[in-house]
Design a protein around this ligand. Structure first.
Ligand code: OAD
Length: 264
């Protein structure tokens, strides 16, 4: 149960984060599934998470169903689960957290967002300096020829599974990183370049930070002296490392911080 002490602590943390954000010229937002949880999408881990110990109706864990190996062996099965995720995304919309991040990008000289989310919500909310390190479910690519295109709706894929390329007839797939697949080198390079330039402030929001390239910017900040803020209702891999930990939800916390910044 929330107490008035909790609420005082939350307000004090919001004020601290807001004063750092006001001062910062360059900001990196690192985001994960928790940011889209406020849009009603499930997270991967934790309560209601997609990767909870329940196997898929096909009797395998979702990590196996959504793997690169399975795409080579049984693309129809992988597509079945990708379509479920894509339909959930289609039924949802960006929330206040995505909006605030895009507003901060417009207001400050240099703001980047590193997201693990494949829902495309940061782009839809207006973020342009975006590294969607796990890809975007609406971006399609042919598995044989260079044809690439973006879909507006799952219905654009047509009735066949796997959908096929209208240029060469081979299977198409979304440009997302499946289990066991490598990150796209071009995105890793863009991230490296931005991290080398450094940031005044890093927010890590709604991610358990299980991957080294996600916790890395926070770990590096200890030697670089970059300020770091975590927004997450739960403890994560980086909770004990950040300068300021705010135990709150992404949308309400970011909105409170940004409102405070504008009032200052
Ligand atoms: P996780 O599902 O691992 O973590 C979600 C985090 O969001 C948890 O720490 C929750 O406590 C937190 N959370 C839940 N609701 C929240 C809210 N309303 N506001 C803020 N935080 C909230 O998701 P990720 O860390 O994004 O990769 O997972 C990383 C990657 O694991 C995914 O991109 C996916 C998966 O394997 C691939 O598919 C390649």
């Amino acid at each position: 149960m929330a107490t008035s002490g909790d609420s005082d602590r939350f307000e004090a943390s919001v004020a601290q984060a807001a004063s750092w954000l006001v001062e910062a010229q360059s900001v990196l937002f690192v985001t994960g599934a928790g940011v889209s949880a406020d849009s009603g999408l499930p997270t991967y881990r934790g309560v209601g998470g997609l990767y909870d110990d329940v196997p898929t109706p096909d009797g395998m864990p979702i990590e196996q169903a959504l793997s690169g190996e399975m795409l080579a062996r049984d693309p129809k099965l992988v597509w079945k689960y990708m379509l479920q995720v894509a339909r959930a995304v289609e039924g949802a919309a960006p929330n206040r957290a995505h909006e605030v991040i895009a507003e901060v990008e417009r207001a400050k000289p240099r703001v980047w967002t590193l997201t693990q989310n494949v829902d495309g919500f940061h782009r839809r909310a207006g973020s342009r300096n975006l590294i969607d390190i796990h890809g975007d479910l609406s971006q399609m690519t042919c598995t044989r020829c260079p044809h690439r295109y973006r879909i507006e709706s799952v219905d654009d894929l047509g009735p066949y599974l796997p959908p096929f390329c209208n240029q060469c007839g081979a299977d198409i797939r979304p440009e997302v990183v499946l289990f066991g697949e490598f990150l796209l080198e071009e995105k890793v390079q863009r991230l490296r370049e931005q991290l080398e330039r450094g940031f005044d402030l890093i927010f890590t929001i709604g991610t358990t930070s299980v991957f080294a390239y996600i916790s890395g910017p926070i770990l590096q900040s200890r030697v670089r002296g970059t300020r770091t803020v975590e927004i997450n209702p739960d403890q994560t891999e980086v909770s004990d490392i950040v300068d300021l930990r705010i135990t709150g939800r992404a949308a309400t916390t970011l909105d409170a911080i940004w409102t405070r910044c504008q009032a200052d």
